[in-house]
Design a protein around this ligand. Sequence first.
Ligand code: GAL
Length: 698
Amino acid sequence: MEISKYCLLLLVASSLYYIVCSTTVSHDGRALVIDGQRRVIFSGSIHYPRSTPEMWPDLIRKSKEGGLDAIETYVFWNGHEPRRREVVYNFEGNYDLIRFLKEVQNAGLYAILRIGPYVCAEWNYGGLPVWLYKIPGMQTRTDNQPWKDEMQNFTTLIVDKVKEERLLATQGGPIILLQIENEYGNGDIEIHYGEAGPRYINWCANMAESLVSDVPWIMCQQSDAPQPMINTCNGFSGCDAFTPNNGNSPKIWTENWTGWFKNWGSPDPHRPVEEVAFQVARFFQSNGTIQNYYMYHGGTNFGRTSGGPYIVTSYDYDAPLDEYGNIRQPKWGHLKELHASVKLMEKALTYGEVVEDHLGNGLTITKFSGDGIVPGCFLSNQNSTVDATISFQGTKYFLPAWSVSILPDCKKEVYNTAKVKTQTSIMVKKKDNAGDQSKDLRWSWKPERLHDSAKGFGNSFTVNKLLEQKTTTVDASDYLWYTTNKGEELMLPLHLLLKTTFEAPLGSEPVVVDLLGLGKGEAWVNGNSLGRFWPNITANPDGCKQCDYRGNFQANKCQTACGEASQRWYHVPRSFLKRGEPNTLTLFEEAGGDPNQVNFQTVTVGTACTSAGEGDVLSLSCQGGRTISSVDFATFGEPDGTCGAYVSGGCGSDEAVVILKNACLGRDSCSIKISDKIGTSCAKLASPRKLVVQVTCS
Ligand code: GAL
């Protein structure tokens, strides 16, 4: 084994010294090679401006506990350089990229930095500052000198900052991969950019490489990425069949969409964990070695630079950590088990030889083995409707349709993507800590006066046409006010700025404000923007049908909340709130809403359900300091209904309820082993029996 980790003892001044440990990062066609070792990397996206610095350590800790090795983020140009070449760029608050990367490093995780600086990301103008369009001759994202000057200037600024803070892996920092551009190859380059497209991509590659040459660069969805750029795959699926464009590039899945973003007027999109896990397992079964969840924590589109006009303020994304930073179950836990299972065969996956056996009907056995390596196997059933039992090396394995089993020693199945053992948590909004404040809130309203700055940005002017909004407002406002003279009367639009004071809910659980009843506008707490609100637009009433995780997935396949307010609750991060003194909620309302129902709530696990077979361990947990307050249901077999609404069926067991109460009541988590001694009155059920349980957290 090559030993490439080296530490330098640096003498500074006379007697001070410090140790610099550097990590080497390279790659071959199989994997990323870190300190001489090929590695399997699980990564997850967290966009730093979509949460607060106070939330970062907890989000990163939960990502690590969920089995991630790395955190990925884009860099958001229009947030950092809102005005061109400001002497002081914005790296404050939730734009403190360096602090974010240091939190990742402190947690002992790697970082993947996708600089872009075009990023897409459901962000205003894909992250491009709108002042770019004021530059004469500007054509963005092509072989155009004004664009290349600006892009290079910003990319260099970020790389220099990162180097100054010694954040590249080769400097002892966490960054193991960098990205330039974003999905440029998704458009039809010939049509959109002509010959300038490939010229531009070559320029991007050279520019990137001239800035950093000892940490690999990636280009996602760029099949003609020039060496040494690594081209990578994005999508819900299909990355198992993806092949990089040269033999020296490992197979990387940069965006595995864990859910989807939501538009105003649309229902909530979901992606079942069985489907996410299936695709991830297929990817590793097919020689993939680096996979990133987009998003692992989606967060919130605070302010107005993120989100753009169509995207709701919540960027929850149905990610393993919800918008507020709570663990979303069973998604987080089922993926955590997947990561641990794949890691058990890391050596075989990165050094073993691969033998594939296609059995027909979508059934495949894949074996990774080699001298001195414990062999690892995947058994997959890609048929979307038919379950199967296959015989392998003398043992029978049951494979539900659309599932993959992992056998880290090619004998024992430790994981199947369709067999979810993690608890389901139903999140609830509670007023108990906060009290129902809606009746106590006293509102004062005043009409919004337009500042001079809002009137044509310093210049009032008269036109007899509608204006192009982007070039007129330069992204400094969502609004472009038109006034008109009708006879003597000056017509001004009526907008209200509005405010009230409230007490912060006690405790540490995430806080939301319920804005049902309001129309459309922007909200602030103590001067911090909560983002745009628009609760009176309802989600499409159609499209929420029974969802089957099996088969091809699309963003609108599994939706909920049809016909409901498309976003009713808005996150108020704890760091925005003051304890023991009044807090101010300010609303800018453009559609004349009614604030009488506005109130503050906390979000937590209300109900948890799980099941376990005989011989297995049944585990349950609450969150945020809550404890299990009642055992509501314990039955052997298959009950009717779903978690939160089990009704009957199976064989109810009072004995199991007593055992669970003893083990769980008053605790924030508990585990019991299901033995054949529990539930003797249900002993007649076929073995191995399964116990299904529901508890309440409060
Ligand atoms: C990808 C893009 C991401 C994000 C995603 C959808 O195509 O690269 O930035 O927009 O789609 O959430």
